[in-house]
Design a protein around this ligand. Structure first.
Ligand code: MN
Length: 209
């Protein structure tokens, strides 16, 4: 089993009330875990692809053998995106970033509230399952967009966005339906109270080199 499921970095109930314990349990232990299992099952058919990182798989999807390419796209994306997602959330978090990231957000989107509104609108407006992203685009600028399925901006030549991910919100129904049912906007509104901006700032600094 070359790819492992990371442990949740906090207790299952640590994100209450914005993300309820049952949702977190099923989301991490069942959905996220299944992507890992299915990715390993696909890679087992082509052992020469064992040992590749999730980032390498995403960046080289077009070279992945055709018979497992869709499975790798869906499940390497599903694994990587969820690894990032849980890491970007934290109990007693939220607020705003600081330093260069905050300055860049203000420069790009006008102010922090306008940035939040744009990501909210993108995530809430995304049709069906997918993810809403803040990322650094190919021109080095902050950008907001959404991807279908488990595509992510690392999937150059495959996904509709290309760049370096900084922040992501999962808008698959499994991410919110037990607590919020059809009210995706309420879930996305509460998402801001869980964002670990220190982590986002570290991704921003790393991406800026
Ligand atoms: Mn999910």
């Amino acid at each position: 089993m070359p790819i492992k499921l990371p442990e949740l970095p906090y207790a299952y109930n640590a994100l209450e009330p914005h993300m309820d314990e049952q949702t977190v349990r099923i989301h991490h232990d069942k959905h996220h875990a299944t992507y890992v299992t299915n990715l390993n099952a696909a890679l087992d058919k082509h052992p020469e692809w064992h040992g590749k990182s999730l980032e390498e798989l995403a960046a080289n999807l077009k070279s992945v053998p055709e018979d497992i390419r869709t499975a790798v796209r869906n499940n390497a994306g599903g694994t990587w995106n969820h690894n990032l997602y849980w890491d970007l959330l934290a109990p007693n978090a939220g607020g705003q970033p600081s330093g260069e990231l905050l300055a860049d957000i203000k420069k790009t989107f006008g102010d922090f509230a306008a940035f939040q509104q744009k990501l909210n609108a993108t995530a809430v407006g995304h049709f069906a399952s997918g993810w809403g992203w803040l990322y650094i685009d190919a021109n080095g600028k902050l950008a907001i967009g959404s991807t279908p399925g488990h595509d992510n901006p690392l999937m150059a030549g495959t996904a509709n966005l290309i760049g370096k991910p900084l922040l992501v919100v999962d808008v698959w129904e499994h991410a919110y339906y037990l607590k919020f049912q059809n009210r995706r906007a309420d879930f996305v509104g509460g998402f801001w109270n869980m964002v670990n901006w220190k982590k986002v700032e570290s991704l921003y600094a790393a991406a800026r080199g």
